[in-house]
Design a protein around this ligand. Structure first.
Ligand code: ADP
Ligand code: 5GP
Length: 192
């Protein structure tokens, strides 16, 4: 049984960190590589971290109906290409989408069977500290992301699953538990 897992939540909450932990624990899951018009950060690789598209190319693919969902976030466009999800599902793999809240709503409407998880911070002030410690965004970009975060936090009750990313190991255990339950896998790997 393969499923689509949508992981959402404000920037800096730890979505990427939790997902890489999840993918290590459950190697049959695959991350969908999103398309974006944002500039690559240092160290980001086209086709691995994102499909980096020029705005005109992004528009062309919107017009062609290539996106399962897309949204504008903090001045840039982001979207999930249908081909990214379709290819993996056809191969019997489950797919993880790491997307912001507007996109999560679109996936919910298009795929009612998708599993939607909101990652929340233990307290809102932590987002700034995590974004600053990540060191990938300018002060202005961090401010813009925190403004969006307020709206995103206000939407968290829409989501059937909510995981507070306090302690990384504990939050990863909880997320893994949700995924295992949805996939009908045993809750423990049997290591203990
Ligand atoms: P997002 O993908 O949601 O924007 P990241 O996964 O990039 O967030 O995490 C933002 C920063 O917070 C990173 O520097 C990451 O190492 C750190 N971080 C993530 N989870 C935790 C945690 N549970 N405790 C402390 N720091 C964390
Ligand atoms: P970043 O610029 O930090 O990589 O991503 C900014 C925001 O865009 C994050 O909340 C991230 O989850 C979201 N995002 C990444 N890919 C997609 C996508 O394909 N669709 C949507 N809607 N949001 C995305």
């Amino acid at each position: 049984m393969s499923k689509v897992f949508v992981i959402t939540g404000p920037s800096g909450v730890g979505k990427g960190t939790l997902i890489s932990e999840l993918l290590q624990r459950l190697p049959d899951l695959e991350l969908s590589i999103s398309a974006t018009t944002r500039q690559p950060r240092e160290g980001e690789v086209d086709g691995r971290d994102y499909h980096f598209l020029a705005p005109e190319e992004f528009d062309r693919r919107v017009e062609a109906g290539d996106f399962l969902e897309f949204a504008t976030y903090s001045g840039n466009r982001y979207g999930t290409l249908r081909s990214e999800a379709r290819r993996r599902l056809a191969a019997g793999r489950s797919v993880v989408l790491e997307i912001e809240v507007q996109g999560a709503r679109q996936v919910r409407a298009a795929m009612r069977e998708s599993v939607q998880v909101f990652i929340a911070p233990p307290e809102p002030g932590l987002l700034r500290r995590r974004l600053e410690s990540r060191g990938t965004d300018s002060a202005a970009a961090i401010d813009a992301r925190l403004e969006v975060a307020e709206q995103e936090l206000a939407a968290q009750d829409e989501f059937p699953h909510r995981v507070v990313n306090d302690d990384l190991g504990r939050a990863a255990d909880e997320l893994e538990g949700i995924v295992r339950t949805e996939l009908g896998l045993p809750l423990h790997s049997g290591a203990e």
